[in-house]
Design a protein around this ligand. Sequence first.
Ligand code: THU
Length: 136
Amino acid sequence: MATTDHRIDELLAAATAARAQAYVPYSHFAVGAALLDDAGRIHAGCNVENAAYPQSQCAEATAVGVMAVAGARRLQAVLVLADAPHPVTPCGGCRQRLREFGGADTVVYIANPQGVQQRYTLGELLPASFGPEHLR
Ligand code: THU
């Protein structure tokens, strides 16, 4: 049980709505992400691909930008939603992007259309990480 579990349904709904907007003409692999900030607000994003494939953007990266525009700077929880045979966890680059605004205790829910399948902490997904406090 995590302290953010009571927000799972809202995070799922936000990620589902965002995922429906995914721009994925190349991979056809739609992902939605929802972020719960420290004020309890939810920010969501989808993946946005590009004909120059490496310029494609993950759903988590979009959601981080959306959160920043809203003025939020701290993450309580993250939910990633995809539809795949194996649970889809954030890629390495996105783990670092989330780490900028989250900490070892930030909850990361991994979901498919049937609901949340796994729960991690960011510390589990990105142990011994580098973060903004190293630069202070
Ligand atoms: N993708 C995400 O948006 N988030 C993840 O956590 C895993 C991968 C996207 C990137 C690309 O648009 C597609 O999924 C296939 O890799």
